[in-house]
Unconditional design. Structure first.
Length: 414
């Protein structure tokens, strides 16, 4: 590479990823094939429009790539229509709102402090400046149970146009049938933001919202799907909704699609169709349960009481007297990467909250099994309990390096 400064930084990041353990539940490692497609010659091509309906010439191969991505993702999620042009999860959600709502219309989604996402109505976001968001919460943060009766009450009071199921920091299972029942009662469209668990749904290890009658699914293509950074919007069967979503993406909120990323998405979707991927997804859940067991034995409070998916949200301030920010920093020092996170009823500020969020997709990609994940959880707790002990942190760091060497990042997934 001619730009030596950028080359140096790329190599430094590669070294960091190789020598540390990635526990951020929204991150993963992609295959060499995904990387090649994402860095391919398709980055040169402008392809405004959709296959067979472009505004530029020279689209023979871009059309083929996009059609293949659509075909594969529809097969994965058992739906009829897909938009694979969304640049990420946030614009995917914005596009659905734009397609189906008028300014001032109501969306009912999960409260951010109870596990929801910024794009589900945080006042700082663009959607919240255009539409009205109302929220539902957990009935009991100790079990993670959603308060469906309150959800029904809020839906009847505010008559939302969209009822949104989905999360970024929720570790239990949603009852999709109840969402659909309530939506039918008030005449709402059902939308599931499955960015975190899309790969687990695709593999069949978690329930598909479409099987319970949801209308729309949005997702990122990284995280558990193990693809490039991007977004998708899936429509179960309503062609009218699908057409509105396509128009909302282009020309509504985006210009030319990133064809190199769509090529990489197609590769990742192809990998996710394989039996090997299904085995990988099952192991993600087993590994998360193994880490849950260690945290429970050490009497560290977990929001929701544990996990049914790939992530755990732990109250380290309440359990260990360590803030989320302190935990994130000290674990970074020993080679474990995760993120600080607010918890339900948090009295601390978002940039220095009470909790941490961590998960198993990336270390499972490296080949970790239950006993390895238990050991990582033990090392995490040991570090947090001895956050000011330099010798303890040095010894933990050595163990993390050993694990990273034992389980190198794979290049091929199929």
């Amino acid at each position: 590479m001619h730009d030596k400064l950028i080359e140096k930084l790329i190599k430094a990041e590669e070294k960091r990823q190789k020598e540390g353990l990635e526990l951020i539940p929204s991150e993963n490692y992609v295959s060499e094939d995904v990387l090649k497609a994402n860095g391919s010659i398709f980055t040169n091509k402008y392809s405004e429009g959709y296959p067979g309906r472009r505004y530029y010439g020279g689209q023979e191969f871009t059309d083929a790539v996009e059609r293949l991505a659509i075909e594969r993702v529809c097969k994965l999620f058992k739906c009829k229509f897909a938009n694979v042009q969304a640049h990420s999860g946030a614009p995917a959600n914005l596009a659905v709102y734009s397609a189906l709502l008028n300014p001032g219309d109501v969306v009912l989604g999960m409260d951010l402090s109870h596990g929801g996402h910024l794009t589900h109505g945080h006042p700082m976001t663009l959607p919240a400046k255009i539409y009205k968001f109302v929220t539902y919460k957990m009935k009991n943060p100790e079990t993670g149970e959603i308060d469906y009766e309150d959800l029904r009450r809020v839906a009847k009071e505010f008559k939302p146009k969209i009822i949104l199921a989905g999360f970024s920091a929720y570790s239990r299972t949603l009852d999709y049938k109840k969402f659909v029942e309530i939506a039918h009662e008030v005449g709402a469209i059902t939308m599931a933001d499955m960015a975190h668990i899309a790969g687990l749904i695709a593999a069949g290890v978690l329930r598909n919202p479409f099987d319970d009658g949801f209308d729309i699914i949005t997702s990122t293509t990284h995280k558990t799907l193990r693809g490039p950074r991007g977004g998708i919007i899936l429509t179960r069967e309503n062609e009218e909704i699908a057409k509105k979503i396509d128009k909302a993406i282009f020309p509504g909120i985006q210009g030319g699609p990133h064809m190199h990323t769509i090529a990489a998405k197609a590769v990742a979707f192809g990998e996710a169709i394989t039996p090997k991927y299904k085995k990988y997804a099952r192991q993600i859940l087993k590994n998360a349960k193994a880490m849950e067991e260690v945290f429970r034995k050490n009497k560290i409070r977990m929001i929701g009481g544990g996990t049914d998916n790939h992530l755990i949200l732990a109250d380290v301030f309440g359990s260990l007297g360590v803030t989320g920010k302190e935990a994130q920093t000290v674990l970074d020092e020993v080679g474990i990467t995760l993120n600080m996170n607010t918890i339900a009823g948090d009295t601390r500020k978002p940039m220095d909250p009470s909790g941490i969020r961590f998960g198993t997709p990336a270390i499972t990609t490296r080949g970790f099994k239950e006993k390895d994940c238990k050991y990582v959880a033990e090392l995490m707790i040991k570090t947090l309990k001895n956050k000011d002990d330099k010798k303890v942190k040095e010894s933990v760091h050595k163990e993390i390096k050993k694990l990273a060497k034992k389980f190198p990042i794979p290049k091929k997934f199929v």
